[in-house]
Ligand binder design. Structure first.
Ligand code: ADE
Ligand code: ZN
Length: 333
């Protein structure tokens, strides 16, 4: 069996995927038609042509425009269900999904609409596909602290359905420090904490995420590698990094997949995981991201197995479920 086939067949978890980033061009056009939203694209080819990014902000501008077609709970259900079917195809048996409530409430879509649609699909995913999930609500870091606090307030009635809070959007110029108080408040409400850091921002932002936001995982974290003392600290604390190879390439965090640092991360003792970030925009889902690494840097089965085991161990599942998943992965590997 080829290494790719072997990897594809292993059960795995995904810990870094923005549900709005799984909006495929065909569904974008269909929802635009259904909701009478006008888009600047006549067809799928012209959408794909627009996906030409030189940096994170180039992508975010298109990403926020894309999500303008999402208006009803049915839209959020259909989006989430389509992603869960891709999970099934990739043998992703557990997924921790980011969503960006402010991307919707700021344009007049109710928080309840977003969460109803997503959770209806997640419940169906559990019942019909056997896929477990958690939801992580991200604050948009280009917006202010007041907006983040209002969003946290809106989330409280849904506390049972939202496992944690995260931080995403434009990293440069928006340090984690800006959200220290809202993360502290979220922690007091019992939410788990993660944050994007070190994607484009400096290692200092990774330190702030640890020290000021008290996060349990770092999303991306690539630039932590510039700071050996920080690497040693992340390794010692066992802080997972949710790494997104195809995103890194498409957003020019790396210049070539052959230079992807995932092997360096593993060799430094970091708990790296492989994830798709925004699969509809960056060229693929989890298995595609693994395949890109296998092609570019010839990751070996031992390394791949470590990444898959890490995906469960870094999850927010209860310890007993993690143990069962890891045992199954090792038995099947
Ligand atoms: N929102 C969606 N994808 C993102 C990424 N890769 N970085 C920051 N914010 C995002
Ligand atoms: Zn992300």
């Amino acid at each position: 069996m080829s290494t790719k086939d072997w990897l594809h067949a292993l059960p795995k978890a995904e810990l870094h995927m923005h549900i709005e980033g799984s909006l495929e061009p065909a569904m974008m056009l269909e929802l635009a038609r259904r909701n009478r939203v006008s888009l600047p694209y006549p067809d799928i080819d012209s959408i794909i042509k627009a996906y030409n990014f030189n940096c994170l902000q180039d992508f975010l501008d298109i990403y926020y425009q894309g999500m303008s077609v999402l208006l009803t709970d049915e839209d959020f259900h259909d989006l989430t269900w389509a992603y869960l079917l891709r999970c099934q195809a990739d043998n992703v048996v557990h997924t921790e999904i980011f969503f960006d409530p402010q991307g919707h409430t700021e344009r007049g879509v109710a928080f309840a609409t977003v969460i109803d649609g997503i959770t209806t699909a997640l419940d169906r995913g559990r019942a019909e596909l056997g896929i477990s999930s958690r939801l992580i609500m991200c604050f948009l870091r280009h917006l202010d602290e007041d907006s983040a606090f209002r969003t946290l307030e809106e989330a409280l009635p849904w506390r049972e359905r939202i496992a944690g809070v995260g931080l995403d959007s434009s990293e440069r110029g928006h340090p984690p420090a800006k959200f220290q108080r809202v993360f502290a408040a979220a922690g007091r409400e019992g939410f788990r904490r993660v944050a994007h850091a070190g994607e484009e921002g400096p290692p200092e932002y990774v330190r702030e995420a640890l020290d000021l936001l008290r996060v349990e995982r770092i999303d991306h974290g690539n630039r932590a590698l510039e700071d050996p003392a920080l690497v040693a600290r992340l390794a010692e604390l066992g802080i997972p990094l949710t790494v997104c190879p195809q995103s890194n390439l498409r957003l020019a965090v790396i210049d070539d997949m052959r230079h992807h640092p995932i092997r360096d991360m593993l060799q430094a003792g970091l708990r790296a995981t492989v994830n798709s970030d925004d699969p509809a925009y960056f060229g693929g889902y989890v298995n595609d991201n693994f395949d890109a690494l296998i092609d570019a840097i010839d990751l070996q089965r031992g390394e791949l197995l470590q990444l898959v085991v890490n995906s469960f161990e870094a999850s927010f599942l209860p310890a007993a479920e993690i143990r069962d998943h890891v045992a199954r992965v090792r038995a099947e590997a």
